[in-house]
Design a protein around this ligand. Structure first.
Ligand SMILES: N[C@@H](CCC(=O)N[C@@H](CS)C(=O)NCC(=O)O)C(=O)O
Length: 264
């Protein structure tokens, strides 16, 4: 049986759950509470030394890193295939997933989500518990970025960079969807699964106005949400407390973010 170590609201875990759902695979859930520090426990660090979700264990073998897991699943369980047959389209798919791995996840999304909303989940623990969670983050760059955004919110060093990265991403998505139905080509692929949680994150953060002037992307988001995989991989795992927090805090800061966008 395939085991998935994941978290209900983690975008990286959502990517993998979407892939599993698109392929109709069954799996056993190992849910980690990221605010309780489950990902920093020694037994989990043996599976994933970076202390992040997701991780899968398939036939006794461990695979980490959401993009790598998605490609592993497509190799190991090829039907239906979620990678374009055409080499150029497959390269386009990889450019999209690479973009997430090269900063759109760690900088743009983590900073936006944490700086707007999740920081309050840390701050309410009190400084000692909050610092303990931060100090146990294995990667020093992630650790200091997290400290900055938790304590400084929208004033964090990288917050404006995050807004700039999002603006560039949404512009590029709108453009590419003018030439094809899905992100890599005219077929749904791992690129579409990979970006679904990120648009969902904007939605949960109540800043979906960001795509109001991007009709092709808005239409893509509608089509993505109509797929049965969206229900089983995202909706069924929604954590009401997280969504309420994101919705409220996002609504409060959207005018400020909007000004940042206008000033770019
Ligand atoms: N590059 C990794 C990133 C994974 C990642 O950042 N996961 C987040 C949740 S989306 C996490 O586990 N964070 C742990 C923490 O906040 O301490 C992947 O794609 O799997």
């Amino acid at each position: 049986m395939l085991e998935l170590y994941h978290n209900d609201m983690s975008t990286c875990a959502q990517k993998v759950r979407l892939t599993l759902a698109e392929k109709g695979l069954t799996w056993e859930s190992r849910h980690l509470d990221l605010r309780a520090g489950d990902q920093q426990k020694p037994e989990y660090l043996k599976l994933n030394p970076r202390g992040v979700v997701p991780t899968i264990v398939d036939k006794g073998k461990v695979v980490r890193e959401s993009t790598v897991i998605m490609e592993y699943l497509d190799d190991e369980y090829p039907n239906p295939s979620l990678r374009p047959l055409n080499s150029h389209a497959r390269a386009q798919m990889r450019l999209w997933t690479k973009r997430l791995d090269e900063g759109h996840h760690d900088i743009a999304t983590a900073t936006l989500s944490m700086g707007i909303a999740f920081r309050f989940q840390y701050l309410e623990k009190g400084q000692e518990a909050c610092d303990a969670l931060i100090n146990r983050i294995p990667d020093p760059i992630r650790r200091e970025r997290r400290r900055d955004v938790i304590y400084n919110g929208v004033e964090a060093r990288e917050f404006k960079t995050a807004v700039r990265m999002w603006e560039a991403l949404l512009t590029d998505m709108e453009k590419i969807l003018g030439g094809s139905r899905w992100l890599a080509d005219n077929n749904y692929s791992l690129a579409d699964a990979a970006y679904t949680p990120y648009l969902t994150r904007l939605d949960h953060l109540n800043v979906l106005d960001w795509i109001a002037t991007r009709p092709r992307l808005a239409n893509w988001y509608e089509r993505i949400r109509a797929r049965p995989s969206y229900d089983s991989a995202i909706r069924q795992w929604e954590n009401r407390a997280y969504i309420d927090l994101m919705n409220t805090k996002g609504g409060e800061v959207w005018p400020r973010i909007k000004r940042m966008i206008d000033e770019l």
